[in-house]
Design a protein around this ligand. Structure first.
Ligand code: ADP
Ligand code: MG
Length: 636
């Protein structure tokens, strides 16, 4: 019902109907900036250009830190690489001899850009390969270390002019027009920034973007969906470094000289401030943060010395306090607060966009990779004498079991019996201390869990692992990661839309099938825990698995939901899937499973049909002392 057709609402002021979409707002901002650009005072233009340069680096940090969960203090060093590369090529006689006059002077800055990008790419990849494996605080510490090293390197290299740096960097020349003034170059800076924001926005809204978002939650979930997390982390690191290098290149041609000072660790910290203060996970937050801190620095440098009577780097202290305040009050930076304030006027149409993407048929429909399901009764998964020790504790003791196509096999046992550990062994999360796991006939020793995923193993987790802030449909689409191919570049350039539509359609199909159709566009975290478990099942199904591992899928479900889950699992069994389920609800297990394996203290104490297991004296004994006497009641 529209507000006007509601008799009560006739005299009420028009309900707060949002006026614009974020896209329109961005357009208004860009057009206003473009129109005003020619008339703004020289000083403002220069400040805006600096903001653009900072925002470019900060946007890379938003991707790296805010989205990917990796903190870097050393980004200023990559800015320096971009700046020094072009300054050196444009001014050094060695470089001139090197190029042998093959490059005309007007093209030298472009050679500088190429050199800067190549160098940064190589260095970032190498640094990333070494440092990104580090966990916890070690990564940030490492970025400080190489941030400092590069800074000192710039200052100590004779051919880079030492502390004095390099002067006489020529202006950029584009199509015969010299961009010597900030007003002219500023246009390029903002064009590059907007282009980069567009490309990264596209990247995040894609298959690879979902993989990138999954990095933050740790390796386990992402790898189980088939994402090569190490590779994605390095690529993200390189992307952020390349953006920094482009910023450095533009900076060198704006300032027309370079020296080591602006590539100091201080600036690296400031850049991180910008990304975090603006809104760690939001690309436009980088622009807000860059603007805020640049303007603040400008003001503080005027005000603080007058206030304190001395000059010094007091703004660093004030920044620190500001950062504390913002992180206290606005945990996710300022952008979410700003967008909430603006939500009266700005309609959030992101959901409609994904809905549209999945509903409008693409010009050339794309088929996702299909798996031919195994014939019923075929052996899918085989564990032989799998043991796992944690120090002195034997969590799994020579467990052997099989899973066939078209059966539901339940794994039960008291808490701490080793069920989750066994799941980790047969899904590649952890390697058995001894024993062999075979999936579809292949020995899986030392293979990562994404190799299990590639062979058709889908799983859920005992402790739900979803991207809470993302919609259910995005979460489920992540499960289909391996069924699509498009990479980063295609996503950035929006060449992946047909495939993306197919992924979204598949995700919605699985959500419908699992009975969550009404929640497809809600953030996963706002669902009940039971429903989140079902989302995990839908996500596993999106990968079109032949083996499904479910760790306590019925926990937290209401009675009717459990019944629906039973129906779904029976249906999947009929389709030929092999399902291994860990579950505490005995009624659920006894009615559903074809075979049951009982674990106690890491050892199999019984295997058989539900009736056989219920009659087994060892099983009854195992359950007698425990909190789980449901089995006993069932057995009576
Ligand atoms: P279940 O899922 O059956 O409740 P788990 O497989 O989680 O049991 O745990 C089995 C035993 O192994 C428990 O005693 C647990 O404390 C121990 N355990 C599990 N994971 C680890 C680990 N990473 N390090 C040390 N001990 C562990
Ligand atoms: Mg468990």
């Amino acid at each position: 019902m529209s507000p006007s057709s509601n008799p009560v609402a006739v005299n009420a002021p028009p309900a707060g109907k949002p006026l614009v979409t974020p896209r329109q707002l961005t357009l208004v901002f860009v057009v206003a900036l473009a129109l005003a650009w020619g008339f703004l005072p020289e000083f403002t233009v220069s400040v805006l250009s600096n903001i653009g340069l900072y925002a470019l680096v900060a946007a890379g940090l938003v991707m790296l830190t805010g989205v990917g969960g990796m903190t870097s203090f050393g980004q200023a060093a990559f800015v320096g690489m971009g700046a020094y590369a072009t300054a050196w090529i444009c001014t050094s006689p060695t470089a001139a001899a090197w190029l042998g006059g093959a490059v005309s002077p007007a093209l030298l800055p472009w050679a500088g850009l190429a050199l800067g990008l190549v160098f940064t790419f190589a260095l970032a990849w190498a640094l990333g390969a070494v440092t990104l494996k580090l966990q916890g605080h070690y990564l940030p510490l490492c970025t400080i270390a190489w941030g400092l090293s590069l800074y000192y390197l710039f200052g100590n290299m004779e051919f880079l002019g030492g502390q004095t740096g390099i002067t006489g960097v020529p202006p950029l020349v584009v199509a015969g027009v010299s961009l010597a003034t900030p007003r002219a170059l500023g246009v390029v800076i903002w064009a590059v920034l907007l282009l980069a924001l567009w490309a990264m926005h596209n990247l995040l809204d894609s298959r690879e973007g979902r993989a990138i978002r999954a990095l933050k939650g740790g390796r386990l979930m992402a790898e189980s969906m088939g994402v090569d997390t190490a590779r994605h982390r390095i690529k993200l690191f390189v992307l952020a470094a390349l953006l920094a290098a482009v910023s450095g290149w533009l900076y060198a041609h704006l300032q027309r000289f370079v020296n080591p000072t602006p590539f100091n660790l201080n600036i690296g910290i400031e850049l991180l401030f910008m990304a975090v203060v603006g809104g760690a996970g939001h690309l436009w937050g980088a622009v807000v943060g860059a603007a805020l801190i640049t303007l603040l620095k400008e003001k503080l440098q005027d005000v603080l010395p007058a206030l304190l009577g001395t000059s010094g780097n007091f703004e660093v202290i004030v920044f620190g306090l500001l950062m504390l305040f913002v992180l206290q009050r606005f945990a996710d930076g300022l952008w979410p607060t700003l967008s909430r304030l603006a939500s009266r006027w700005v309609r959030n149409d992101a959901r409609k966009e994904t809905a549209a993407a999945s509903k409008t048929a693409p010009a050339q429909p794309v088929q996702l990779a299909q798996r031919t399901l195994p014939a019923s009764g075929e052996l899918l998964l085989e564990a032989s004498d799998v043991s796992k020790r944690f120090g002195g504790l034997v969590a799994n003791n020579a467990i052997s079991m099989t899973l066939k196509a078209g059966e539901i096999h339940a794994l039960i046992g008291p808490n701490g019996a080793g069920k989750s550990t066994f799941f980790n062994m047969i899904s590649g999360v952890d390697d058995p201390t001894s024993g062999v796991v075979r999936l579809s006939g292949q020995s899986m020793a030392t293979k990562p869990s994404r190799a299990f995923a590639a062979l058709g193993l889908g799983r859920t987790f005992q402790h739900v692992r979803l991207l809470g802030q993302r919609s259910v449909v995005e979460n489920v689409a992540l499960g289909a990661h391996l069924r699509a191919r498009r990479g980063w570049l295609a996503a950035m350039l929006r060449l992946d839309r047909a495939e993306e539509a197919a992924l979204m359609a598949e995700a919605r199909r699985q959500i419908e099938r699992c009975g969550l159709g009404a929640h497809a566009d809600t953030p996963a975290a706002s669902l009940s825990l039971g429903q989140q478990r079902v989302v995990e099942i839908a996500r596993a199904l999106a990968g079109q698995p032949s083996v499904l591992l479910l760790d306590e899928p019925a926990a937290g479900l209401r009675h009717l939901e459990k019944r629906a889950l039973s129906v779904l699992l029976s249906q999947l069994r009929a389709e030929g899937l092999g399902i291994l389920v860990v579950e505490h609800d005995m009624e659920f297990v006894m009615n559903l499973a074809d075979r049951i394996t009982v674990l106690e203290f890491g050892t199999v104490i019984a295997t058989g049909t539900p009736a056989e297991v219920q009659a087994n004296p060892r099983v009854l004994e195992a359950y007698l002392g425990g909190a789980d006497d449901e089995l006993l009641e069932d057995a009576r």
